[in-house]
Design a protein around this ligand. Sequence first.
Ligand SMILES: Cc1ncc(COP(=O)(O)O)c(C=O)c1O
Length: 369
Amino acid sequence: MIRYLDLQRLHASQARWLEAATAALQSGRYLLGDETRLFEQEYAAYIGTKHCIGCGNGLDALTLILRAYIQLGRLHEGDEVIVPAHTFIATPLSVTENRLKPLFVDADPTTMQIDDRLIEQAITPRTRAILLVHLYGTCAYSEHIADLCHRHHLLLIEDNAQAHGCRYESPTSNVKRTGSLGDAAGHSFYPGKNLGAMGDAGCITTDDDELAATVRSLGNYGSSRKYVCDYVGRNSRIDEVQAAVLRRLLPLLDDGNRRRKQIAHYYHTHIDHPLITLPRTDRDSVWHIFPVLCTERDRLQQYLFEKGVETLVHYPIPPHRQRCYAAFATLSLPVSESIAATELSLPCNPAMNDDDVRYVADVVNQFKV
Ligand SMILES: Cc1ncc(COP(=O)(O)O)c(C=O)c1O
């Protein structure tokens, strides 16, 4: 069976992991120690921001950013935040957790990212921010979005959970990485991510000194000096073992992303099936997920499973159709609903060898309805 993501195979060489665990153990300091400090410096340098603040996971990263903007008086309860309708549930959860209101904007059927053309008409006098998701590892940013934020005085927050290492080439400036394009970004290091830890972990990147200090304090009980609390905070910190692991995996990230791009290129040049639509390639992508669309999605998934290829669906129920979000159930977001019904994610990751990749493409091409 070709697993969707075989983490055991990916991390078969355990030396780095053992070295990381040993370094953390021997330091005698298991939280807020040198491994965390160094990881934060190294990841900020990699993304291209002034600050990186470690936290418990990707959902916390986004929640803490929004919470910090509330503390700083730049967002207020009830303000609206634009979010893509087609995304993982954590994106809108960070908004509603802060008693802000998500404005779901439908996806573009060709990019599967938020539809730029629909954003402006969604903006109301209470809209204060866009939470932009680089879904599937593909850059969702555009000059148009930057211009909208500028004209409507909106904060731009990136959900970079799936896109570590992805780039945006602006017509006017240098190439930048996603996570450095807006006011702040949340990152997840969930084990299956392109940069994944040995458990939960996340971080926030930003150039804003005040935001960085507030986020750091909020994730540490609202305290920046021991036993002195400025905010009603929470406990959300990265631990030393995860920071040590991530420091040792960060230098391998670009190679892993290159391998994902190679596999995606192979799929693009070898998969040819009248019922299957391949994802577009005109924006940079680190292919965290390789999403194809097929009206016979469930049959294709079953067929591939019988042929020994594990696939996943990202995501079968859009957030506005989740039971927890009954208040949004009457929204009509047809493109997101259609993607939820037809998307299938093929395995695409550095744990695969060339035979695996060839086999996946071949069996997809042989799919008969
Ligand atoms: C787009 C997106 N946002 C947020 C998250 C939340 O990250 P975490 O699982 O680390 O809480 C994830 C990942 O799981 C994600 O894919």
